[in-house]
Design a protein around this ligand. Structure first.
Ligand code: NAD
Ligand code: MG
Ligand code: MG
Ligand code: MG
Ligand code: MG
Ligand code: MG
Length: 350
Protein backbone atom coordinates (compact mmCIF):
# COMPACT_ATOMS: atom_id res chain seq x y z
CA UNK A 1 0.00 0.00 0.00
CA UNK A 2 1.79 3.18 1.13
CA UNK A 3 5.11 1.44 1.61
CA UNK A 4 5.70 -0.44 -1.65
CA UNK A 5 9.37 -0.92 -0.69
CA UNK A 6 8.30 -3.00 2.31
CA UNK A 7 7.68 -6.50 0.98
CA UNK A 8 4.76 -8.19 2.68
CA UNK A 9 6.07 -11.47 3.99
CA UNK A 10 3.16 -12.45 6.19
CA UNK A 11 -0.60 -12.45 5.86
CA UNK A 12 -0.98 -9.95 8.71
CA UNK A 13 -2.56 -6.61 7.84
CA UNK A 14 -0.21 -3.71 8.57
CA UNK A 15 -0.92 -0.02 9.10
CA UNK A 16 1.40 2.97 8.86
CA UNK A 17 1.07 6.70 9.55
CA UNK A 18 -0.56 7.30 6.14
CA UNK A 19 -3.38 4.92 7.04
CA UNK A 20 -4.57 6.97 10.02
CA UNK A 21 -6.17 10.39 10.49
CA UNK A 22 -4.66 12.15 13.50
CA UNK A 23 -7.42 14.78 13.59
CA UNK A 24 -9.93 12.16 14.76
CA UNK A 25 -8.26 11.60 18.15
CA UNK A 26 -7.39 15.31 18.31
CA UNK A 27 -11.13 16.03 18.31
CA UNK A 28 -11.69 13.80 21.38
CA UNK A 29 -11.05 14.16 25.06
CA UNK A 30 -8.97 11.22 26.25
CA UNK A 31 -8.79 9.93 29.83
CA UNK A 32 -5.73 7.80 30.62
CA UNK A 33 -6.43 5.66 33.68
CA UNK A 34 -3.17 4.89 35.51
CA UNK A 35 0.23 6.54 35.22
CA UNK A 36 2.65 3.63 35.31
CA UNK A 37 4.81 2.15 32.59
CA UNK A 38 2.27 2.47 29.76
CA UNK A 39 0.15 5.25 31.27
CA UNK A 40 2.87 7.90 31.36
CA UNK A 41 3.98 7.07 27.81
CA UNK A 42 0.47 7.19 26.31
CA UNK A 43 -0.47 10.39 28.15
CA UNK A 44 2.68 12.29 27.22
CA UNK A 45 2.79 11.07 23.60
CA UNK A 46 -0.88 11.95 23.07
CA UNK A 47 -0.38 15.36 24.64
CA UNK A 48 2.64 16.00 22.39
CA UNK A 49 0.50 14.97 19.40
CA UNK A 50 -2.00 17.70 20.21
CA UNK A 51 -4.61 15.58 21.98
CA UNK A 52 -6.53 16.78 25.04
CA UNK A 53 -5.56 14.39 27.83
CA UNK A 54 -6.57 13.97 31.46
CA UNK A 55 -4.92 11.38 33.68
CA UNK A 56 -7.29 9.53 36.04
CA UNK A 57 -5.79 8.34 39.34
CA UNK A 58 -6.75 7.29 42.83
CA UNK A 59 -6.88 10.08 45.36
CA UNK A 60 -3.51 10.18 47.11
CA UNK A 61 -1.74 8.25 44.33
CA UNK A 62 2.02 8.71 44.29
CA UNK A 63 1.81 9.30 40.53
CA UNK A 64 -0.48 12.32 40.93
CA UNK A 65 2.25 14.95 41.41
CA UNK A 66 4.52 13.26 38.88
CA UNK A 67 1.88 13.61 36.14
CA UNK A 68 1.18 17.20 37.15
CA UNK A 69 4.88 18.05 37.09
CA UNK A 70 4.96 16.82 33.51
CA UNK A 71 2.26 19.33 32.66
CA UNK A 72 -0.70 16.96 32.52
CA UNK A 73 -4.19 17.51 33.91
CA UNK A 74 -4.92 15.00 36.67
CA UNK A 75 -8.26 14.07 38.24
CA UNK A 76 -9.82 11.20 40.15
CA UNK A 77 -10.78 8.30 37.90
CA UNK A 78 -14.48 9.24 38.14
CA UNK A 79 -13.89 12.87 37.24
CA UNK A 80 -11.53 12.01 34.40
CA UNK A 81 -14.00 9.55 32.90
CA UNK A 82 -17.11 11.75 33.22
CA UNK A 83 -16.20 14.08 30.34
CA UNK A 84 -14.03 11.69 28.30
CA UNK A 85 -14.84 10.48 24.77
CA UNK A 86 -12.06 7.89 24.95
CA UNK A 87 -11.02 6.04 28.12
CA UNK A 88 -7.72 4.12 27.94
CA UNK A 89 -7.45 1.72 30.88
CA UNK A 90 -3.79 1.39 31.90
CA UNK A 91 -4.13 0.32 35.51
CA UNK A 92 -2.62 -3.11 36.28
CA UNK A 93 -4.64 -5.94 34.70
CA UNK A 94 -5.60 -7.43 38.07
CA UNK A 95 -7.27 -4.22 39.34
CA UNK A 96 -8.97 -3.15 36.09
CA UNK A 97 -12.13 -5.12 36.84
CA UNK A 98 -12.69 -3.35 40.17
CA UNK A 99 -11.70 0.10 38.89
CA UNK A 100 -14.07 -0.39 35.96
CA UNK A 101 -17.01 -1.51 38.08
CA UNK A 102 -16.59 1.08 40.82
CA UNK A 103 -15.19 4.18 39.12
CA UNK A 104 -15.37 3.93 35.35
CA UNK A 105 -18.72 2.36 34.44
CA UNK A 106 -20.86 4.59 36.73
CA UNK A 107 -19.30 7.73 35.18
CA UNK A 108 -18.88 6.64 31.57
CA UNK A 109 -20.56 8.64 28.79
CA UNK A 110 -23.04 6.40 26.93
CA UNK A 111 -21.02 6.58 23.69
CA UNK A 112 -17.49 6.72 25.12
CA UNK A 113 -14.93 4.42 23.56
CA UNK A 114 -13.03 2.04 25.83
CA UNK A 115 -9.39 1.36 25.03
CA UNK A 116 -7.01 -1.27 26.38
CA UNK A 117 -3.30 -2.06 25.92
CA UNK A 118 -3.83 -5.75 26.65
CA UNK A 119 -6.92 -7.85 26.06
CA UNK A 120 -6.90 -9.74 29.36
CA UNK A 121 -10.03 -8.31 31.01
CA UNK A 122 -12.13 -8.42 27.85
CA UNK A 123 -10.93 -11.86 26.72
CA UNK A 124 -11.71 -13.44 30.11
CA UNK A 125 -14.92 -11.41 30.65
CA UNK A 126 -13.78 -9.63 33.80
CA UNK A 127 -15.02 -6.46 32.08
CA UNK A 128 -18.16 -6.66 29.92
CA UNK A 129 -19.03 -3.17 28.63
CA UNK A 130 -22.52 -2.50 27.32
CA UNK A 131 -23.27 -2.46 23.59
CA UNK A 132 -22.99 1.31 23.12
CA UNK A 133 -19.23 1.48 23.60
CA UNK A 134 -16.49 0.94 21.06
CA UNK A 135 -13.97 -1.51 22.52
CA UNK A 136 -10.51 -1.05 21.03
CA UNK A 137 -6.98 -2.15 21.71
CA UNK A 138 -3.74 -0.33 20.98
CA UNK A 139 -0.99 -2.41 22.52
CA UNK A 140 2.61 -1.31 22.11
CA UNK A 141 4.94 -4.27 21.68
CA UNK A 142 7.48 -2.87 24.08
CA UNK A 143 7.82 -1.49 27.63
CA UNK A 144 6.20 1.89 28.31
CA UNK A 145 9.50 3.60 28.97
CA UNK A 146 10.67 2.61 25.50
CA UNK A 147 7.37 3.84 24.01
CA UNK A 148 8.07 7.31 25.42
CA UNK A 149 11.80 7.32 24.63
CA UNK A 150 11.29 6.27 21.01
CA UNK A 151 8.54 8.84 20.50
CA UNK A 152 10.80 11.62 21.76
CA UNK A 153 13.51 10.40 19.40
CA UNK A 154 11.08 10.76 16.47
CA UNK A 155 10.52 7.02 16.15
CA UNK A 156 7.92 4.61 17.49
CA UNK A 157 7.41 1.17 19.00
CA UNK A 158 5.23 -1.15 16.86
CA UNK A 159 1.68 -1.58 18.12
CA UNK A 160 -0.97 -4.16 17.65
CA UNK A 161 -4.47 -2.91 17.05
CA UNK A 162 -7.82 -4.64 17.55
CA UNK A 163 -11.50 -3.83 17.72
CA UNK A 164 -13.73 -6.07 19.84
CA UNK A 165 -16.92 -4.02 19.51
CA UNK A 166 -17.60 -1.39 16.85
CA UNK A 167 -20.58 0.50 18.24
CA UNK A 168 -19.88 3.79 16.44
CA UNK A 169 -19.01 2.33 13.07
CA UNK A 170 -15.78 4.35 13.44
CA UNK A 171 -13.92 2.20 15.95
CA UNK A 172 -11.14 1.17 13.57
CA UNK A 173 -10.50 4.75 12.45
CA UNK A 174 -10.40 5.85 16.08
CA UNK A 175 -8.04 3.05 17.12
CA UNK A 176 -5.65 3.83 14.26
CA UNK A 177 -5.78 7.54 15.03
CA UNK A 178 -4.84 6.78 18.65
CA UNK A 179 -2.08 4.43 17.52
CA UNK A 180 -0.68 7.18 15.29
CA UNK A 181 -0.79 9.73 18.11
CA UNK A 182 1.35 7.58 20.43
CA UNK A 183 3.88 7.06 17.62
CA UNK A 184 3.11 3.40 16.99
CA UNK A 185 2.37 3.76 13.27
CA UNK A 186 5.79 5.34 12.68
CA UNK A 187 6.99 1.76 13.09
CA UNK A 188 3.90 -0.30 12.17
CA UNK A 189 0.49 -1.31 13.42
CA UNK A 190 -0.48 -4.94 13.11
CA UNK A 191 -4.13 -5.94 12.98
CA UNK A 192 -5.17 -8.58 15.49
CA UNK A 193 -8.07 -9.55 17.75
CA UNK A 194 -8.45 -9.34 21.53
CA UNK A 195 -8.35 -13.13 21.70
CA UNK A 196 -5.20 -13.49 19.62
CA UNK A 197 -3.39 -10.67 21.42
CA UNK A 198 -4.26 -11.93 24.89
CA UNK A 199 -3.41 -15.56 24.27
CA UNK A 200 -0.17 -14.92 22.36
CA UNK A 201 0.98 -12.23 24.78
CA UNK A 202 0.50 -14.50 27.80
CA UNK A 203 2.10 -17.43 25.98
CA UNK A 204 5.12 -15.42 24.86
CA UNK A 205 5.86 -13.95 28.25
CA UNK A 206 5.28 -17.20 30.15
CA UNK A 207 7.14 -19.70 27.98
CA UNK A 208 9.81 -17.72 26.12
CA UNK A 209 10.43 -14.08 26.98
CA UNK A 210 10.08 -14.06 30.74
CA UNK A 211 9.43 -17.51 32.19
CA UNK A 212 11.49 -19.35 29.60
CA UNK A 213 14.53 -17.11 29.58
CA UNK A 214 14.74 -16.54 33.35
CA UNK A 215 14.53 -20.22 34.18
CA UNK A 216 16.97 -21.14 31.42
CA UNK A 217 19.48 -18.62 32.80
CA UNK A 218 19.01 -19.77 36.40
CA UNK A 219 19.42 -23.44 35.44
CA UNK A 220 22.61 -22.62 33.53
CA UNK A 221 24.00 -20.59 36.43
CA UNK A 222 23.18 -23.36 38.92
CA UNK A 223 24.76 -26.02 36.70
CA UNK A 224 28.03 -24.12 36.42
CA UNK A 225 28.32 -23.01 40.04
CA UNK A 226 27.33 -26.44 41.40
CA UNK A 227 30.15 -27.85 39.26
CA UNK A 228 32.56 -25.51 41.07
CA UNK A 229 32.99 -22.71 38.54
CA UNK A 230 33.16 -19.11 39.81
CA UNK A 231 29.76 -17.41 40.01
CA UNK A 232 31.15 -14.23 38.41
CA UNK A 233 32.31 -16.15 35.37
CA UNK A 234 29.04 -18.08 35.24
CA UNK A 235 27.09 -14.81 35.39
CA UNK A 236 28.91 -13.46 32.33
CA UNK A 237 28.41 -16.65 30.35
CA UNK A 238 24.70 -17.20 30.99
CA UNK A 239 23.26 -13.75 31.71
CA UNK A 240 25.41 -10.81 30.64
CA UNK A 241 26.04 -12.16 27.14
CA UNK A 242 22.34 -12.88 26.67
CA UNK A 243 21.69 -9.29 25.64
CA UNK A 244 24.44 -9.30 23.05
CA UNK A 245 23.04 -12.48 21.52
CA UNK A 246 19.45 -11.24 21.62
CA UNK A 247 20.43 -7.93 20.00
CA UNK A 248 21.85 -9.83 17.03
CA UNK A 249 18.71 -11.97 16.69
CA UNK A 250 16.58 -8.83 16.94
CA UNK A 251 18.58 -7.19 14.14
CA UNK A 252 18.76 -10.07 11.71
CA UNK A 253 17.08 -13.15 13.07
CA UNK A 254 18.65 -16.30 14.44
CA UNK A 255 20.70 -16.61 11.24
CA UNK A 256 22.47 -13.28 11.77
CA UNK A 257 23.34 -14.25 15.33
CA UNK A 258 24.73 -17.59 14.14
CA UNK A 259 26.72 -15.81 11.44
CA UNK A 260 28.30 -13.54 14.04
CA UNK A 261 29.27 -16.16 16.62
CA UNK A 262 32.25 -18.48 16.21
CA UNK A 263 31.86 -21.74 14.30
CA UNK A 264 32.51 -23.50 17.60
CA UNK A 265 29.56 -21.72 19.20
CA UNK A 266 27.37 -22.29 16.15
CA UNK A 267 28.12 -26.03 16.01
CA UNK A 268 27.42 -26.29 19.76
CA UNK A 269 24.13 -24.50 19.21
CA UNK A 270 23.06 -27.15 16.65
CA UNK A 271 24.13 -30.23 18.57
CA UNK A 272 23.51 -29.27 22.21
CA UNK A 273 20.52 -26.92 21.93
CA UNK A 274 18.15 -29.79 21.09
CA UNK A 275 19.53 -31.81 24.05
CA UNK A 276 18.28 -29.04 26.39
CA UNK A 277 15.16 -27.90 24.56
CA UNK A 278 13.79 -31.38 23.92
CA UNK A 279 10.46 -32.28 22.28
CA UNK A 280 9.01 -32.54 25.80
CA UNK A 281 9.64 -28.82 26.25
CA UNK A 282 7.33 -28.11 23.32
CA UNK A 283 4.72 -30.45 24.80
CA UNK A 284 4.89 -28.46 28.03
CA UNK A 285 4.54 -25.25 26.07
CA UNK A 286 1.38 -26.71 24.56
CA UNK A 287 0.10 -27.47 28.06
CA UNK A 288 0.79 -23.88 29.14
CA UNK A 289 -1.03 -22.65 26.03
CA UNK A 290 -4.01 -24.87 26.89
CA UNK A 291 -4.20 -23.29 30.36
CA UNK A 292 -4.13 -19.84 28.78
CA UNK A 293 -6.86 -20.74 26.28
CA UNK A 294 -9.11 -22.37 28.89
CA UNK A 295 -8.80 -19.43 31.28
CA UNK A 296 -7.13 -21.58 33.97
CA UNK A 297 -4.09 -19.30 34.14
CA UNK A 298 -6.23 -16.14 34.31
CA UNK A 299 -8.35 -17.67 37.06
CA UNK A 300 -5.28 -18.69 39.09
CA UNK A 301 -3.76 -15.21 38.75
CA UNK A 302 -6.92 -13.29 39.62
CA UNK A 303 -7.91 -15.63 42.48
CA UNK A 304 -4.49 -15.13 44.07
CA UNK A 305 -4.60 -11.37 43.48
CA UNK A 306 -8.06 -11.16 45.05
CA UNK A 307 -6.62 -12.92 48.10
CA UNK A 308 -3.88 -10.30 48.41
CA UNK A 309 -1.37 -11.86 46.03
CA UNK A 310 0.01 -14.31 48.60
CA UNK A 311 1.43 -16.76 46.08
CA UNK A 312 2.61 -13.92 43.84
CA UNK A 313 4.60 -12.23 46.62
CA UNK A 314 6.11 -15.49 47.79
CA UNK A 315 7.29 -16.32 44.27
CA UNK A 316 8.70 -12.80 43.82
CA UNK A 317 10.67 -13.08 47.09
CA UNK A 318 12.00 -16.50 46.14
CA UNK A 319 13.12 -15.11 42.77
CA UNK A 320 14.93 -12.18 44.36
CA UNK A 321 16.79 -14.58 46.66
CA UNK A 322 18.34 -16.63 43.84
CA UNK A 323 22.16 -16.49 44.12
CA UNK A 324 22.51 -15.09 40.58
CA UNK A 325 20.89 -11.83 41.79
CA UNK A 326 23.58 -11.28 44.45
CA UNK A 327 26.40 -12.07 42.04
CA UNK A 328 24.90 -9.78 39.42
CA UNK A 329 24.33 -6.89 41.80
CA UNK A 330 27.99 -6.88 42.86
CA UNK A 331 29.34 -7.39 39.35
CA UNK A 332 27.24 -4.71 37.69
CA UNK A 333 28.66 -2.10 40.06
CA UNK A 334 32.00 -2.75 38.37
CA UNK A 335 30.68 -2.24 34.83
CA UNK A 336 31.51 1.26 33.70
CA UNK A 337 28.89 1.12 30.94
CA UNK A 338 25.87 0.03 32.97
CA UNK A 339 23.28 2.58 33.92
CA UNK A 340 19.69 2.11 34.95
CA UNK A 341 17.76 4.62 32.94
CA UNK A 342 14.30 4.00 34.32
CA UNK A 343 14.04 6.17 37.40
CA UNK A 344 11.15 4.23 38.97
CA UNK A 345 13.13 1.02 39.30
CA UNK A 346 15.15 0.38 42.44
CA UNK A 347 17.24 -2.73 42.38
CA UNK A 348 16.08 -5.45 44.71
CA UNK A 349 12.47 -4.32 44.69
CA UNK A 350 10.76 -5.50 41.52
P1 NAD B 1 1.95 -0.38 35.91
O1 NAD B 1 1.89 -1.37 37.00
O2 NAD B 1 3.27 0.09 35.44
O3 NAD B 1 1.12 0.94 36.27
C1 NAD B 1 -0.20 0.94 36.61
C2 NAD B 1 -0.60 2.29 37.15
O4 NAD B 1 -1.99 2.23 37.44
C3 NAD B 1 0.07 2.66 38.47
O5 NAD B 1 1.25 3.35 38.27
C4 NAD B 1 -0.97 3.57 39.09
O6 NAD B 1 -0.78 4.89 38.61
C5 NAD B 1 -2.27 3.08 38.51
N1 NAD B 1 -3.15 2.36 39.43
C6 NAD B 1 -2.85 1.30 40.19
N2 NAD B 1 -3.94 0.91 40.88
C7 NAD B 1 -4.94 1.76 40.52
C8 NAD B 1 -6.29 1.88 40.87
N3 NAD B 1 -6.85 1.04 41.76
N4 NAD B 1 -7.02 2.87 40.29
C9 NAD B 1 -6.46 3.72 39.40
N5 NAD B 1 -5.19 3.65 39.02
C10 NAD B 1 -4.43 2.67 39.57
O7 NAD B 1 1.07 -0.99 34.69
P2 NAD B 1 1.56 -1.26 33.20
O8 NAD B 1 2.66 -2.27 33.21
O9 NAD B 1 1.76 0.04 32.51
O10 NAD B 1 0.27 -1.99 32.60
C11 NAD B 1 -0.89 -1.28 32.22
C12 NAD B 1 -1.56 -2.03 31.08
O11 NAD B 1 -0.71 -2.03 29.93
C13 NAD B 1 -1.84 -3.49 31.39
O12 NAD B 1 -3.03 -3.83 30.73
C14 NAD B 1 -0.67 -4.21 30.74
O13 NAD B 1 -0.91 -5.55 30.42
C15 NAD B 1 -0.49 -3.35 29.50
N6 NAD B 1 0.83 -3.41 28.88
C16 NAD B 1 1.93 -3.12 29.63
C17 NAD B 1 3.17 -3.09 29.03
C18 NAD B 1 4.37 -2.61 29.82
O14 NAD B 1 5.29 -2.12 29.21
N7 NAD B 1 4.44 -2.68 31.12
C19 NAD B 1 3.31 -3.41 27.66
C20 NAD B 1 2.16 -3.67 26.90
C21 NAD B 1 0.92 -3.66 27.54
MG1 MG C 1 4.80 -3.39 36.09
MG1 MG D 1 3.84 -8.99 25.41
MG1 MG E 1 1.85 -9.06 28.77
MG1 MG F 1 30.98 -17.27 25.70
MG1 MG G 1 29.91 -17.62 12.66
Amino acid sequence: RHHPHRRRTTVAELFYDDDADLSLIQSKKVAIIGYGSQGHAHALNLRDSGVEVVVGLREGSASWSKAEEQGLAVATVGDAVRTADVVMILAPDQVQRTVYAEQIEPNLKADAALFFAHGFNIRYDYIAPSAGHDICMVAPKGPGHTVRREFEAGRGVPVIVAVEQDASGQAWDLALSYAKAIGGLRAAGIKTTFTEETETDLFGEQTVLCGGVTHLIQAGFETLTEAGYQPEVAYFEVLHEMKLIVDLMWEGGISKMRWSISDTAEYGDYVSGPRVITPEVKERMQAVLADIQSGAFADRFITDQDAGGVEFKELRTRGEQHPIETTGRELRKLFAWTETRDADYTEGSV
